[in-house]
Design a protein around this ligand. Structure first.
Ligand code: F6P
Length: 559
């Protein structure tokens, strides 16, 4: 028997009726109609302040959205997620990224086993590894201390560590042997080729990050890296006594849910870190996959990142729905996508350290909720994840903000900024300049969300504007302020979005923890590669693909 889908329920229907009135209400009217809107729609938790007053909603809208969350059983879903129930139904397993950030003294018994001891055992193994690097004691095959670590991974095995390492670059530990961390993800080898051209094989180590250890992108890069090391460390001119086993032992670390595949590939058991099946790739930066982060910022800061995420997890578990940051952020998105037909969402950090945050969220949100089938296998009759993209806000102002202000698309925006920055720059003159630049950046952040909200009304002018200079405003946005960008607030920020995605998935009744949609392309690519490499029969291919393959063959013959 099929049960009514969410869009057939009373709360959804009531929202649909309410939306008919709200669609014709401009944001400027909402602000003119009520004082204290900022206070009424702002909530705080774990060092984050979320201002939702520039959403195109009223108190009544929020009440009705909270009814929808209750009708979709969001509180029950939060409890089930955090308790380790098998919420990933298509793969029949829990989604326990929150277990990775539980403190050592906590306990989480899932299906008869307390997970916390093994999580902390892995963290302790990471700490031992990091200590060896930072003491200059992790030596390459020729006896020199490792100086460069290249993470080979893609998707969740790249974007999280890359984003956090960049965001926390100021937290590089002092007084330790310096280790530079790099990332190579693309299957075409362009990033890797650049590193191989300039790094010293004697002092370079590769981290193979892959939950499945079958991802062709990562394995291709890994094979190239392995041969590069072997040829240079054991070939002519290489040191005597350096053999393949020693190179594998000293120059590779593996992080995967498949120890067998890591061993088969040649990674020493002592240099393998565990990745549990119950952690999804895009939710994995909190464990072994975070090793590059720990190497870059030190284990103490890595643990602070976990503590910040855990603080947000506790808030998510305990705060009532109406004060719960992930729930509110999720409801704003649902309101825009499903009731105001706003299906584009832009992520705009006003802090250069968050350069990769939008790329990270693109995977987190779209790979999680880019779905069109409910848990029970029914096709959804409503929109799910919007198209989400972003860029550093100040740079985007000189690029795609034109579309936000005057294009034909309605877009929801998330503005993200730290309140305090540069206070610890030593040189007073430079500090003053940089603090001034920070104020300038904040001013732009606040000004842009205001201009998007009010349009022409943001500024008084004499006389009417020509039509090409008009701004309609009414673009909804959320503003997220961090007291400071620290490991802890960054952890909380990431956890906020992880949980937002979960709440939206719960309301849309889709599974945010699988990604079957990426499999077809991988399969077809395998078949295409066989044809391309071995000049196999192409008659089964469609006309366009045949033409493209023939062009590649012709180019190869001519080269
Ligand atoms: O193809 C998509 C995907 O499976 C992502 O979900 C994942 O983060 C990425 O590839 C990398 O996968 P793995 O860590 O198994 O190499």
């Amino acid at each position: 028997m099929t049960h009514p889908t969410i869009d057939q329920r009373d709360a959804w229907q009531a929202l649909a009726r309410h939306a008919r009135e709200m669609r014709t209400t401009h944001l400027s009217e909402l602000f003119a109609g009520a004082s204290g809107r900022h206070g009424a729609f702002t909530r705080r938790a774990a060092g984050l302040t979320l201002d939702l007053s520039k959403q195109r909603w009223s108190d009544e809208t929020l009440d009705r959205l909270l009814d929808l969350a209750r009708e979709a059983e969001v509180p029950e879903a939060i409890r089930a997620l955090l308790a380790g129930e098998r919420v990933n139904r298509s793969e029949d397993r829990p989604a326990l990224h929150t277990a990775l950030r539980l403190p050592a003294e906590a306990s989480l018994v899932v299906e008869g086993e307390d997970l916390v001891p093994s999580v902390h055992a892995t963290l302790d193994r990471m700490a031992t590894m990091v200590e060896r690097f930072h003491a200059g004691q992790w030596r390459g095959a020729t006896g020199k201390a490792i100086r460069d670590v290249v993470n080979l991974g893609v998707g969740g095995s790249d974007l999280g560590p890359l984003m956090v390492t960049h965001a926390l670059a100021d937290y590089r530990p002092r007084g330790v042997h310096a280790v530079d961390v790099h990332f190579a993800s693309t299957m075409d080898g362009s990033q890797l080729a650049d590193y191989l051209a300039r790094l010293n094989p004697e002092t370079t180590l590769f981290v193979l990050s892959s939950k499945s250890f079958t991802t062709i992108d990562t394995l291709s890069n890994a094979r190239t890296a392995r041969d590069w090391l072997m040829a240079r460390l054991m070939g002519e001119g290489g040191e005597e006594g350096v053999d393949a086993e020693l190179v594998m032992q000293q120059h590779f670390i593996g992080i995967s849910a498949s120890p067998e595949k890591m061993s088969e590939w040649g990674i020493a058991e002592a240099h393998q870190l565990e990745f549990w099946e119950w952690v999804g790739g895009r939710y994995s930066l909190w464990g072994g996959i975070g090793l590059p982060i720990a190497l870059a910022v030190g284990m103490a800061n890595f643990r602070e990142l976990l503590a910040g995420a855990h603080a947000l997890d506790s808030h998510f578990r305990e705060a009532p729905l109406e004060d719960n940051l992930p729930v509110l952020l999720a409801l704003a998105g649902i309101w825009n996508v499903n009731f105001l037909d706003i299906r584009a969402h832009s992520i705009l950090p006003y802090d250069g350290r968050l350069e990769y945050f939008a790329a990270y969220l693109e995977q987190l949100e779209m790979e999680s909720n880019g779905k069109s089938v409910t848990h029970d296998g029914q096709a959804v009759g409503y929109s799910t994840c919007p198209v989400l993209w972003g860029q550093l806000g100040p740079n985007a102002q000189h690029a795609f903000y034109q579309l936000l202000h005057q294009g034909t698309q309605a877009v929801e925006c998330d503005f993200i900024a730290p309140l305090v920055r540069y206070e610890d720059v030593e040189d007073p003159a430079t500090r003053n300049h940089l603090m001034g630049q920070h104020r300038l950046t904040l001013a732009n952040c606040f000004a842009q969300s205001r201009a998007l909200m009010l349009g022409d009304e943001a500024i008084e002018e004499d006389g009417p504007r020509p039509v090409h200079k008009r701004y309609r405003g009414n673009q909804p946005s959320s503003t997220l302020l961090l007291e400071r960008l620290t490991p802890a607030t960054l952890g909380a920020l990431i956890a906020l979005y992880e949980h937002k995605v979960f709440v939206q998935a719960t309301i849309w009744d889709v599974n945010p923890f699988d990604q079957w949609g990426v499999e077809l392309g991988k399969k077809i690519a395998g078949e295409t590669q066989r044809i391309l490499e071995h000049h196999a029969d192409i008659t089964t291919m469609d006309d366009s693909t045949r033409g493209l393959i023939e062009a590649a063959w012709a180019a190869e013959r001519g080269s």
